[in-house]
Design a protein around this ligand. Structure first.
Ligand code: HEC
Ligand code: HEC
Length: 266
C-alpha cells in the first residue's frame, strides 16, 4: 500500500515537472531521464553532503562506481550500469530502498543498514526521489564480461549446492521473493568485481534492518560451518554466472582467506 502510494506520488511528480518543463511525451520517459535539472542538482547535493561518496566512490576516487571495502563489506556501484550499478532498478525502487531499507532487489545490511536507519529513512519522499533521479543520471561503464560456461565443473557443482541450500529462499531462477529474499539474478552485489561482501554474507549470514515503513527484518543464515571452502567457492561462482549474470569465478583460496579475515573482524 505505502509502496503504491509512494510510486504514485513519484510518477505524479514527474508528470508535474514534465508539464512545466517539456511537452508531455510517453509515460515510459517519465520513469527516467526526464528529471528536472533542479531535482538532479538537489540529488547530487544530498549525495555529497551525506557522505555517500566516502564509501561508494572507487578506491581510486571514480564517482560512485563502488569497490571500496569497509569492514568486510564491498560498497556496490551506484551508477546506472546494469551489471555493477543500479541499471536494473527504477528510480522508484532506489527511493524505496533508501526510505525502507529494502525493495524487490535487495535489503540493506552491514554499514548500509546504519545509513538507512540514521540518514535516508529520515529523509522526505522528495529527497530520496531526488537522490534516485541523480543516481539514474550517472552513466554506466558498460564493461563486456563473459560468463563462466554452464558446462564448467565449478558451475555444475555450484548449481547442485545452490539447489540444495539456497533455492528454497532465493528460488531456482534466482529471482528471490520481493521484499523478503533478495534477487541474485541481475544483482550488482552478486556480480561485483570484488566478492568480499558475498563471502561475508554466505560465511556469516546477514540481518537486514527493520525500518518504520517496513518493520520486519529478514535474515540470511550463515553457511560457514555447513559448507566447506570448495562448496562456497563453487556456489558463489554459480550465482555470479547463471541467469544472465557474469563475473569472475571465486577461488577456494579466497574463501579460506575470507574465513581468516572474518575471524579477526567479526
Ligand atoms: C559507511 C559506508 C557507506 C555509506 C556512507 C553509504 N553506503 Fe550505501 N552501501 C554501503 C554498503 C557496504 C552497501 C552494501 C550493503 C548490503 O550488501 O546490504 C551499500 C548499499 C547501497 C545501495 C544498494 C546497492 C545495491 O546494489 O544493493 C544503495 C542504493 C546505497 N547504498 C546508497 C547510498 C546512499 C544514497 C548513501 C548516502 C546517503 C550511502 N549509500 C552511503 C556502504 C555505504
Ligand atoms: C532461509 C532463507 C535463505 C537461504 C536458505 C539462503 N538465503 Fe541468502 N539471503 C536471505 C535473506 C533474507 C537475505 C537478505 C539478508 C540481508 O541483507 O538482510 C539474503 C541475502 C543473500 C545475499 C546478498 C544479496 C544482496 O543483494 O543483498 C547473497 C549473495 C545470498 N543471500 C546468497 C545465498 C546463497 C549462496 C545461499 C545458499 C548457500 C543462500 N543465500 C541461502 C535468505 C536466505
Amino acid at each position: 500500500m505505502r509502496q503504491a502510494i509512494s510510486s504514485c506520488l513519484f510518477v505524479l511528480m514527474c508528470f508535474a515537472f514534465e508539464a512545466v518543463l517539456v511537452p508531455p511525451t510517453s509515460a515510459a520517459s517519465s520513469q527516467s531521464g526526464t528529471a528536472s535539472a533542479q531535482t538532479l542538482a538537489q540529488g547530487k547535493k544530498l549525495v555529497m553532503s551525506n557522505g555517500c561518496a566516502g564509501c561508494h566512490n572507487a578506491p581510486g576516487g571514480a564517482t560512485l562506481v563502488g569497490g571500496r571495502v569497509i569492514g568486510g563489506w564491498t560498497a556496490p556501484g551506484l551508477t546506472n550500469d546494469k551489471r555493477t550499478g543500479l541499471g536494473n532498478w527504477s528510480a522508484g525502487e532506489i527511493a524505496d530502498y533508501l526510505k525502507t531499507g529494502r525493495n524487490s532487489y535487495a535489503a540493506a545490511a552491514g554499514p548500509m543498514a546504519g545509513i538507512v536507519t540514521n540518514v535516508t529513512a529520515k529523509m522526505s519522499e522528495a529527497e530520496v526521489d531526488a537522490i534516485a533521479a541523480y543516481l539514474k543520471s550517472l552513466p554506466g561503464k558498460a564493461a563486456n564480461i563473459r560468463p563462466v560456461a554452464a558446462s564448467n565443473p565449478a558451475m555444475i557443482r555450484g548449481g547442485a549446492v545452490y539447489a540444495d541450500e539456497c533455492a528454497a529462499c532465493h528460488t531456482l531462477r534466482g529471482v528471490g521473493q520481493a521484499r523478503l529474499f533478495p534477487a541474485l539474478k541481475g544483482s550488482p552485489e552478486v556480480q561485483a568485481d570484488n566478492p568480499t561482501t558475498l563471502l561475508r554474507v554466505v560465511l556469516q549470514g546477514a540481518q537486514s534492518v527493520g525500518t518504520e515503513a517496513a518493520p520486519t527484518a529478514s535474515a540470511m543464515p550463515a553457511f560457514g560451518k555447513l559448507l566447506n571452502d570448495q562448496q562456497i567457492a563453487d556456489v558463489l561462482t554459480y550465482i555470479r554466472n547463471d541467469w544472465g549474470n557474469a563475473a569472475a569465478p571465486v577461488a577456494k583460496d579466497a574463501v579460506a582467506a575470507a574465513r581468516k579475515t572474518l575471524q579477526k573482524t567479526p
